[in-house]
Write a new protein. Structure first.
Length: 460
């Protein structure tokens, strides 16, 4: 009987995918297809949850099949991340689009990412205080206790690494291994390696122009092929979002979410407030925040549903270059650094909120100006080194709490709502990376303003 029900669910999602395919044939816009997939996925997933529950054999078996489309799509995006980053940055040097301002570009991108993380930490502190969140009142079940045991083991790794050691992890000791994504900091390592190749190309161009010309043609060819692969994968976005959001809605524990509803609401208030700050920064450089929202929404939607900043990177770069008019080099710098430095959601808001929640348990007044100033500074610095230990928001929280000498058990107690909050955090991380790219491109005079001002989204 269970097998029949699983087959029925698979047949339904195949039918829904066929509907999306028909929308594509009728030339319905990319963004409308994405939001249609999001809407019907939420409804379909909730129905599965309501009928079968989260842990039944039907739900588990159905989600296994759905993962072929959802997780498979994310894997395809992750497959192309490293080649895209490497070829695009080297190509920026061969096309002379990055060379004059490389120092200024790097400073602005990293500075904006870290600056917005400091702001996001302040907002996270304000949200915790404003909603009077108290970590002591959160109770632990079997899942939470198991999670805390796992976190205690990982905490040893976190505490054993100093900030300089974490920064050192970003350097490419073996670039070929980093091109496989073997380390949490592989993306940044590939950026550094590609920059060295680009600088070497400039030296060869001065002394042996015929060799440099051949190399430039090879890079241009590889870039064209890589972008074609990206285009082919991005056309699958509506189908991937449908499968991913259906799984999220079908497997979410709504009862546990309701118990921690106050924390969830406070988290999303903080995330939305920080997104508004990003839009204000966009307006400060005399660009339309509405265009940023409209043209960036499909990418942010995918980040929200997939919970993967790395998987979203091809979309992040495409949106910056094709829709916002950001130069390829800056788009790749901002997108790549945004994966591991200054993540506004995961490394800014989240650890700051948790620190305020557990501060009273350690005998600390969370409203103390000295505590708040120290916490913002620690969050900002730690966000630069999170990539050295890997693990996103969880590790960011562990680093901040351990540096501040605060209890770390709070991280495991929130496991039931972690996926729901992580969706918003990931979207804010990607938005922060795009904000950094747009502002940097604007300030260096490399933004194509007419592209940014166009209301239409460029189809994949």
């Amino acid at each position: 009987m269970n097998t029949i029900l699983i087959i029925l669910n698979v047949a339904i999602i195949l039918l829904l995918m066929f509907g999306l395919f028909m929308m594509q044939n009728k030339h319905v816009s990319f963004s409308k297809r994405v939001f249609t997939a999001l809407g019907i996925g939420l409804v379909f997933g909730f129905i599965i949850n309501l009928i079968y529950g989260t842990s039944s054999e039907v739900t588990t078996g159905t989600m296994d099949w759905f993962s072929i489309v959802g997780s498979g799509y994310v894997k395809l995006l992750q497959m192309i991340v490293m080649p895209l980053v490497f070829i695009s940055i080297v190509g920026a040097f061969t096309k002379l689009k990055l060379t004059k301002n490389i120092g200024k570009i790097s400073f602005l991108v990293i500075g904006i990412l870290l600056g917005t993380t400091a702001i996001s930490a302040a907002i996270g502190i304000g949200a915790s205080l404003g909603f009077d969140l108290d970590g002591i009142q959160i109770t632990a079940g079997d899942a939470e206790n198991a999670r805390n045991v796992e976190l205690e083991e990982r905490l040893v790794t976190v505490e054993s690494m100093t900030v300089p050691q974490q920064i050192l992890q970003m350097f490419p000791g073996n670039p070929f291994a980093d091109l496989t994504g073997a380390r949490p900091t592989s993306t940044i390592a590939v950026v550094i390696f590609a920059a060295f190749i680009g600088i070497a190309y400039l030296g060869v161009k001065r002394k042996e122009p015929e060799h440099a010309e051949l190399f430039a043609k090879i890079i241009d060819t590889l870039y064209s092929i890589t972008m074609r692969v990206v285009t082919l994968i991005l056309r699958l976005t509506p189908y991937g979002i449908l499968a991913i959001i259906t799984k999220v809605a079908a497997t979410s524990n709504y009862e546990a979410i309701a118990k921690l509803g106050k924390f969830v609401i406070a988290s999303y208030v903080a995330l939305i407030a920080m997104f508004i700050v990003q839009l204000l920064l966009i307006s400060l450089v005399k660009l339309s925040p509405m265009n940023f929202v409209k043209k960036g929404l499909p990418t942010l939607t995918f980040a929200f549903t997939s919970r993967s900043s790395a998987g979203t990177l091809p979309l992040t770069i495409k949106t910056q270059t094709k829709d916002f008019g950001v130069s390829e080099g800056i788009a790749n710098f901002a997108g790549s650094f945004g994966l591991t430095i200054g993540q506004n959601g995961c490394a800014g808001i989240y650890p700051a909120m948790l620190a305020v929640m557990v501060a009273p348990a350690a005998g600390i007044d969370p409203t103390s100006p000295s505590f708040i100033a120290t916490l913002i500074l620690v969050v900002t610095i730690s966000s630069f080194g999170v990539a050295g230990v890997g693990g996103g928001a969880t590790f960011a929280a562990l680093i901040v709490l351990s540096v501040m000498n605060l209890p770390v058990a709070i991280v495991g107690l929130l496991i039931s709502v972690e996926p729901l909050i992580d969706m918003g955090r990931t979207a804010l991380n990607v938005s922060g990376a795009m904000t950094s790219g747009v502002i940097t491109s604007r300030l260096t005079g490399e933004l194509e303003a007419e592209v940014y001002q166009q209301p239409q989204i460029v189809e994949a």
